[in-house]
Design a protein around this ligand. Structure first.
Ligand code: F6P
Ligand code: MN
Length: 326
C-alpha cells in the first residue's frame, strides 16, 4: 500500500523552500540515511570502537565519528551549491574545490558517540549558513546563530527521525523502511511547562550556585518550594535529550562549571548550540547560556568555541533564570 504522507521534498516545496536550499537539505538528509546504514550495521559494518585518533578538541574519535564525517563531507563538497563545510571532527573548515557555492554547512556528524558501542541513540546535527563572497576560511563560518538559513538533527534511535527548521516552525520526518523521509510531526511545539530535567548529575559538585539551587528544588519535589515531583533523564547524546524535549517538554542543561573556569562549557556553539537553539526557539522553547541570554545572540569568535547550554520548556527556563539571578 502506498503511504499517502508528505515526503521531505513535497514538504519543502509546500512550505516555500525550493531550489538550491531544498536540494541541499535533501542531500543532507540522504547523507544521514547513509550514516544510518553504518550505525545499524554496528560491528558488522566495522562501526564500533575507537579510530585511534583524537580530534581538535582532544577527544578520542570513534570509528563512526570518522565514517560519518567522511560521508557528510564527501557528499556535500560534491554539490556545486556548497562553498565549504566545517565539522566538530575537523581542525579547520574545508572549502569546496569549485567556485560559486552559496551555502556553508556545519555539522556534528555523530553526536553522543560514547553511545555507539552500547547500541544506544546517537545523532547528527547540522546548520546551514549563506556563504560570503570571497575566499572560504574559518572566519566565513563565524556568523551569528540568527543568520542560520536552516538547522536540524537526525536521531538514529528506535526510529530514525529528521527534525528540521528553515525558520518557520519545526517539522519532524520519520525514515520509512523503504528509505523515504515522511512527515510525521507537522508542527512540533515544546510544551512551556514540565516536570522533567536532564543534566549530568555526576558534575553536581562543580556547578555554579544558581544551577545547584535549581536542581535542589527539583530533587525536593512535592515537599519543596516547587510543589511538584520531577523526573530526571540523561541519554548522554544531546540529539536524543533535545528530541525528548521536542516531544514532551523538559529542560536540558550542560552549564558552565568550575572544573576549568576559563572554558565556557562542554558543548560546541557552531555544531550543537546554534542549530539546537534555532530548532528550540522555532518550537516555542528557550535556549540560553544562563537561563536568560539567548545562545543565538552569542557572537562566534572561533570555529570550535564552547558554550554553556540551558534549553527547553519556556516557563521552566524562567525558573532556572530566577535561581541563577539573571
Ligand atoms: O557531543 C557532546 C555530548 O556527547 C552530547 O551529545 C551529550 O549531551 C554530552 O556530550 C554528554 O556528556 P557527558 O559525557 O558529560 O554525559
Ligand atoms: Mn555532539
Amino acid at each position: 500500500m502506498t503511504d499517502v504522507r508528505t515526503d521531505l521534498s513535497a514538504h519543502l516545496s509546500a512550505t516555500g523552500v525550493e531550489g538550491d536550499l531544498a536540494e541541499l537539505l535533501l542531500k543532507i538528509a540522504a547523507s544521514c540515511v547513509d550514516i544510518r546504514k553504518v550505525v545499524s550495521g554496528g560491528a558488522l559494518a566495522g562501526a564500533l570502537g575507537a579510530s585511534g585518533n583524537v580530534n581538535v578538541q582532544d577527544e578520542e574519535q570513534k570509528k563512526l565519528d570518522v565514517i560519518s564525517n567522511d560521508i557528510l563531507t564527501d557528499n556535500l563538497l560534491a554539490l556545486p551549491l556548497v562553498a565549504g563545510v566545517a565539522s566538530e571532527e575537523m581542525d579547520n573548515c574545508q572549502p569546496a574545490k569549485h567556485d560559486g557555492g552559496k551555502f556553508l554547512v556545519l555539522f556534528d556528524p555523530l553526536d553522543g558517540s560514547s553511545n555507539i558501542d552500547i547500541n544506544a541513540p546517537v545523532g547528527t546535527i547540522f546548520s546551514v549558513l549563506a556563504a560570503p563572497s570571497g575566499e572560504i576560511t574559518d572566519a566565513a563560518f563565524l556568523q551569528d546563530g540568527r543568520k542560520q538559513l536552516a538547522a536540524g538533527y537526525v536521531l538514529y534511535g528506535g526510529q530514525t527521525m529528521l527534525v528540521l527548521t528553515t525558520g518557520s516552525g519545526v517539522a519532524g520526518f520519520t525514515l520509512s523502511l523503504d528509505g523515504q523521509w515522511l512527515l510525521t510531526h507537522a508542527d512540533i511545539k515544546i510544551s512551556p511547562d514540565t516536570k522533567e530535567f536532564a543534566i549530568n548529575m555526576s558534575n553536581q559538585r562543580h556547578w555554579a550556585e544558581g544551577v545547584q539551587t535549581y536542581v535542589a528544588g527539583c530533587l525536593q519535589g512535592a515537599e519543596g518550594g516547587r510543589g511538584k515531583n520531577f523526573n530526571m533523564r540523561w541519554v548522554a547524546a544531546m540529539v536524543a535529550d533535545v528530541h525528548r524535549i521536542m516531544m514532551r517538554g523538559g529542560v536540558f542543561l550542560y552549564p558552565w562549571d568550575k572544573r576549568e573556569p576559563n572554558k565556557p562549557g562542554k558543548l560546541r556553539l557552531m555544531y550543537e548550540g546554534n542549530p539546537m537553539s534555532f530548532l528550540v526557539e522555532q518550537a516555542g522553547g528557550k535556549s540560553t547560556t544562563d537561563g536568560r541570554n539567548a545562545i543565538l545572540d552569542v557572537t562566534p569568535t572561533q570555529l570550535h568555541q564552547r558554550v554553556p547550554v540551558i534549553l527547553g520548556s519556556a516557563n521552566e527556563i524562567e525558573e532556572i533564570a530566577a535561581c541563577c539571578g539573571v
